[in-house]
Design a protein. Structure first.
Length: 191
């Protein structure tokens, strides 16, 4: 999928899709014929504006939006996704790359550049590699936290030889805008 932040005209869903309400994180159905406007298309998901507010639709339902998957040159992170062996056994670097493909549905910056990831470790126990990540959210009450954490876990599990991933939401230290990387600040127009 072409990972771009795109806004477009109004679209009509061709079939019913499961969506996640933003910011509550509640799952609900958007019926066929619902009119939506794509506000963000990043990390394999679509944030859409509907008459019911913002919602997130998975890439597996992109056909209902009338979007055909675009084949582009694969960035390094997608090569990890395809199960290619990690070069030099640097699994921690591969996990960081995967985390750069996870996005808050309301902010067009990945969770690493937003400064939401506090810790990342890959350990081997009984011959199995496991990734452990500690991350936070921009606001403690955000209902999307479990969804973003699950996205991160799913992306990490796509790395060859990593058999388990645990993403823990933590609140200490509290997130501030100072934690955003230079690249993230540039994307947000902060510098």
């Amino acid at each position: 999928m072409n990972e771009t932040n795109q806004s477009g005209g109004e679209l009509e869903l061709s079939r019913e899709v499961e969506a996640i309400q933003i910011p509550s994180g509640d799952t609900f159905k958007l019926p066929a014929g619902t009119k939506v406007i794509i506000t963000q298309s990043l990390g394999g998901t679509y944030t859409v504006a509907t008459d019911q507010g913002l919602a997130r639709i998975s890439d597996k339902d992109s056909d209902a939006l009338g979007i055909k998957e675009e084949k582009t040159d694969q960035p390094a992170t997608e090569k990890v996704n395809s199960g290619v062996d990690v070069k030099g056994e640097d699994y921690e670097a591969a996990v960081w790359e995967q985390l750069r493909t996870v996005f808050d549905p309301e902010i067009p910056v990945n969770i690493v550049d937003l400064g939401l990831v506090y810790d990342c470790q890959v350990v081997e126990e009984e011959g199995k590699k496991q990734a452990s990540v500690k991350m936070t959210l921009t606001a403690p009450g955000c209902g999307m936290g479990p969804t973003i954490a699950a996205d991160a876990e799913n992306k990490i599990r796509q790395i060859s030889e990593i058999e388990a991933a645990n993403v823990e939401l933590v609140w200490d230290p509290p997130w501030t805008q100072d934690m955003i990387s230079e690249e993230g600040k540039m994307k947000l127009g902060m510098i």
